[in-house]
Design a protein. Structure first.
Length: 624
């Protein structure tokens, strides 16, 4: 049967349940502006009745209720929506990072500003054109030198700007990796606390909010997915690799790269394997540093190297007004002092590699002449070797075009003497050096007997840079140039002999006596004509093609980043607003909840007062 004091207990339970509900609503209001907080609700259920349906129950109809009890306090959260937000957040971080840095890159490219490289190069060509008209004029020579210095200064300034952005990105990578490691560690620690709390039968809402907030922040930095195992083990994956498993987290570290950039690659500290990230802020930063900025620097180096090489090739064959000849107009720093380009690449004290930039064949070719032979050229490419066939009906122009349109990292053209020139480009693979011809082979005779570069055909007579004295594979009359030191755009300058005496500027070619004939401006004309000559600057045919390509490339990629950022921001705003409508705290709603449970509290207190009066009547007044 029911106890005389059972009503007191029933009222107490009601007061406690309403108190918990009011306290929870107050907790929600207190955290209305707390980042990552999810509103909570008290789940109330009827307390177990006095009589259960078994053989020990009293013989009376019905079950006597015992009031109310708090079953649990749950947070309001949509897990499917959370997974969508986590899955999309890395794209927002990726495009936001790219948009920010491409804005910086666009500021470096001042095209078509008056102080841009293009405008300075135009003025440089104009100075040579003026010198060709007045080859005896010292002022014209001074204009060539001054405008050349202005051009080299603008090239070096652009390199410094690009290099500075690269260093800025590298610093961001260091900081972002530290953030990722910190978030992963905090998630693992929170996982351990959640497991301990649930083992005690608690519902750790605030800990779950903390973990979800950490996951949200981490999802902006890297491309992650989450997984909740049946044994309550929470996991975080990044691009198929485990980052957090329960209370254990992995760390990202750094290791030296195989190139000479001074930057480090990302690795997993526990295994030492390379770490790759396809999205998020970290993925964007690594891509910007190792692909975008590197490509821009390589493009600038390609312009500088080809530009200076072409001018020097003509100038050293010309003669100045003071009868000085054999001078390079621009200074080039060879990668090695060894005349054959031999270099100790693995650092073991033995020369094991040949760093050569350019081959010039010894035979005179005609662009429109059919080669009359067949074979397959094998050149070093972006990924291994590239086979380039040629046929007996092909003209020299067709074969050259086939080389330049391939994916090989070697370009070809005919110089002013109609000799075939093979030049190395920059390398797509970070582990390969820039401006180094790595492999040249021909199964036929186009590169050997026809153009006069290789001593013979077949693999046995191939040129391969992975050995010292590789130039022995070239004919005795093949001219070659040693590869330049890293980043020629960082140190390009005019020859000091020319700066000190402008009369050294070569405007014409020497006569039989080695002197400059009066009024001869042929060399100046040839240098000025480089402006519109079809020569290979990387994948671009002319310098105008280069400027059009680089400026357009930066502008379009910046536009792409900005457009995609706006799209992702709109998507994320919709998803976050949807989550806020579900999990966010509405103060008016919470005040209504407080008022509702306040009435319940007052009613429960009134009930206890009435029950107390009944007990008082039984104890103190019954039988009086």
């Amino acid at each position: 049967m029911g106890s005389t004091f059972s009503g007191i207990e029933l009222g107490k339970r009601s007061i406690m349940a309403n108190t918990d509900a009011i306290t929870t609503a107050g907790h929600n209001i207190s955290n209305a502006n707390t980042e990552g907080y999810s509103r909570q609700r008290v789940q109330i259920k009827a307390f177990d009745p006095l009589y259960k349906p078994d053989l020990t129950r009293a013989e009376r109809p019905g079950m006597i209720g015992q009031g109310v009890d708090v079953e649990s306090i749950n947070r309001i959260r949509d897990e499917m929506l959370d997974q969508r937000i986590v899955g999309q957040a890395h794209l927002e971080g990726y495009w936001d990072t790219r948009s920010k840095y491409y804005m910086m890159l666009e500021q470096i490219y001042n095209e078509p500003d008056e102080v841009s490289i293009r405008s300075n190069m135009d003025k440089f060509w104009e100075a040579w054109q003026e010198l060709s008209i007045h080859p005896e004029n010292q002022a014209s020579r001074q204009a060539v030198v001054t405008r050349g210095e202005t051009l080299t200064d603008s090239i070096k300034q652009r390199w410094e700007g690009l290099y500075g952005i690269g260093n800025l990105i590298d610093g961001d990578i260091q900081a972002t990796v530290q953030q990722v490691n910190n978030y992963a560690k905090q998630i693992a620690e929170t996982n351990a606390e959640i497991v301990r709390s649930r083992a005690m039968g608690d519902n750790p809402n605030d800990l779950l909010d903390r973990r979800d907030l950490l996951v949200d922040k981490l999802s902006k930095l890297i491309n992650i997915t989450t997984d909740q195992r049946d044994n309550d083990e929470f996991m975080v994956h990044v691009d198929g690799k485990i980052l957090v498993q329960g209370s254990v987290s992995r760390e990202i570290g750094f290791a030296p790269r195989e190139d000479d950039s001074g930057y480090e690659k990302l690795i997993w500290k526990d295994t030492g394997f390379d770490a790759f990230f396809s999205g998020g802020q970290l993925g964007a930063l690594v891509e910007l540093r190792d692909v975008d900025v590197r490509n821009e620097i390589q493009s600038l180096n390609t312009l500088t190297m080809n530009f200076s090489d072409l001018v020097n090739d003509i100038h050293r064959n010309g003669v100045g007004a003071n009868n000085v000849t054999g001078l390079d107009f621009f200074v080039q720093h060879p990668f090695v002092e060894n005349t054959n380009g031999n270099y100790d690449r693995d650092g073991d004290g033995y020369l094991d590699t040949s760093y050569v930039f350019r081959f010039t064949g010894s035979n005179v070719l005609d662009m429109q002449q059919q080669v009359g032979i067949e074979g397959v050229m094998t050149l070093s490419g972006t990924d291994g070797y590239v086979d380039i066939p040629y046929y007996h009906t092909d003209t020299v122009e067709t074969v050259i075009a086939r080389i330049n349109n391939s994916t090989s990292e070697v370009k070809a053209y005919l110089d002013k003497n109609n000799h075939l020139v093979l030049k190395a480009t920059t390398s797509q693979d970070i582990s390969n050096p820039d401006f180094v011809i790595r492999h040249v082979e021909d199964s036929g005779y186009f590169l050997s007997g026809y153009s006069g570069i290789l001593r013979g055909n077949s693999e046995a007579n191939a040129y391969d840079f992975a050995q010292a004295d590789s130039v022995n594979a070239l004919t005795a009359n093949t001219q070659f140039a040693v590869a330049p030191y890293f980043n020629p755009s960082a140190y390009i300058e005019i020859n000091s002999e020319i700066r000190n005496d402008v009369m050294c500027v070569a405007a014409g070619y020497p006569d039989v006596n080695g002197h400059a004939p009066a009024g001869d401006g042929r060399a100046a004309v040839e240098i000025a004509s480089i402006r519109n000559t079809s020569i290979m600057v990387g994948s671009m045919k002319t310098f105008d093609d280069y400027f059009a390509d680089t400026v357009t490339n930066v502008g379009l990629k910046g536009e792409q980043a900005e457009t995609n950022l706006l799209t992702q921001t709109a998507i994320m705003d919709d998803l976050r607003n949807m989550r806020d409508s579900i999990s966010g705290v509405n103060i008016d709603e919470e005040l209504a909840e407080i008022m509702k449970f306040q009435h319940g509290y007052n009613a429960a207190a009134k009930f206890i007062t009435v029950w107390d009066s009944l007990i008082d009547t039984i104890i103190n007044r019954l039988g009086v």
